[in-house]
Design a protein around this ligand. Structure first.
Ligand code: ADP
Ligand code: MG
Length: 268
């Protein structure tokens, strides 16, 4: 039996692994518009699932349903063995809302638009969650934040405010902020789409490092070369359905459907 290093733990790579995250039969409608029509995805620890698809295909909605930023209309999210079922908002009890707090702590999110606190410095942005949500002392949160900012290559910018940072630097702060919550899984929704082309690489490099640490990630991206290099699985969403899925080279190099072939044409 071969042993493979994943993050800090050693475990047998030849045995099947239970998924860390499962999205089961996820449906989401906005009024009469059905945006997700029964989507299933799974990620074991260390997996990187990349979602691709045209604008409006439901990628962001899928990502947002995973931590119930959007309430699914139907289906289940399973994280680390715990099942979170869709419940229409008006029926969600206090207790069930409290359960979601745990889910959200375990799921880190990085958005296209950084969403940093504008009046807090880089390090304060990274400390905020651990101090306010996890109850970590400021001293400890600061020490940890220094480590996360170092990890994203920003040790020399810790006291800068978001407006004093480039888009690429802001996005790296946002990644450090997500990491500071020690999530079980990281979700990225087009993390480089708002960046000038010359700043895309520095963010992708940070994400590549996270991948090589064995982090579990779900990534929406149009960076096809990056998807080809890091993904365990590539999932092509089209009009709320998974149209094609598979290994990065199969999906990105040998598309079977006309929809995927023409989508890929546009992003070459
Ligand atoms: P993508 O991220 O793939 O571009 P989205 O998930 O953002 O797609 O959107 C999928 C569809 O859902 C689009 O038609 C969009 O207009 C619609 N949609 C998304 N969010 C809402 C909302 N809050 N209310 C109504 N319609 C929405
Ligand atoms: Mg989107």
């Amino acid at each position: 039996m071969s042993l493979r290093e994943k993050g800090n733990s050693m475990y047998p790579s030849s045995l099947p692994r239970a998924p860390l995250l499962e999205v089961r039969n996820l449906r989401k409608s906005f009024g009469s518009l059905e945006v997700l029509k029964g989507v299933n995805i799974a990620a074991a620890k260390g997996d990187i699932v990349t979602l691709i698809g045209s604008s409006g295909s439901g990628k962001s909605t899928l990502i947002r349903c995973i931590n119930f930023l959007e309430e699914p209309t139907q289906g289940e999210i399973v994280l680390d063995g715990v099942v979170y079922s869709a419940i229409p908002l008006r029926r969600r009890s206090r207790r069930q809302n409290a359960d979601l707090v745990y889910l959200r702590r375990k799921v880190g999110m990085v958005f296209q638009s950084f969403n940093l606190w504008p009046h807090r410095s880089a390090i304060e942005n990274v400390m905020e969650g651990p101090v306010q949500v996890l109850g970590v002392s400021k001293k400890e949160a600061r020490e940890n934040a220094l480590g996360y900012l170092e990890k994203v290559g920003l040790s020399d910018r810790i006291d800068y405010y978001p407006s004093q940072l480039s888009g690429g630097q802001q996005q790296r702060v946002a990644i450090a902020r997500a990491l500071a919550m020690e999530p079980a899984i990281l979700l990225f929704d087009e993390p480089t789409s708002a960046l000038d082309p010359e700043l895309v690489g520095e963010v992708l490099r940070v994400m590549q490092n996270l991948a090589s640490e064995g982090r579990t990630m779900i990534i929406v991206t149009h960076e096809m070369q990056f998807a080809l290099e890091v993904s365990s699985e590539v999932v092509f969403l089209s009009k709320g359905n998974i149209e094609e899925r598979g290994s990065p080279s199969d999906v990105l190099k040998s598309p079977k459907s006309e929809a995927l072939a023409s989508f890929l044409q546009r992003y070459r």
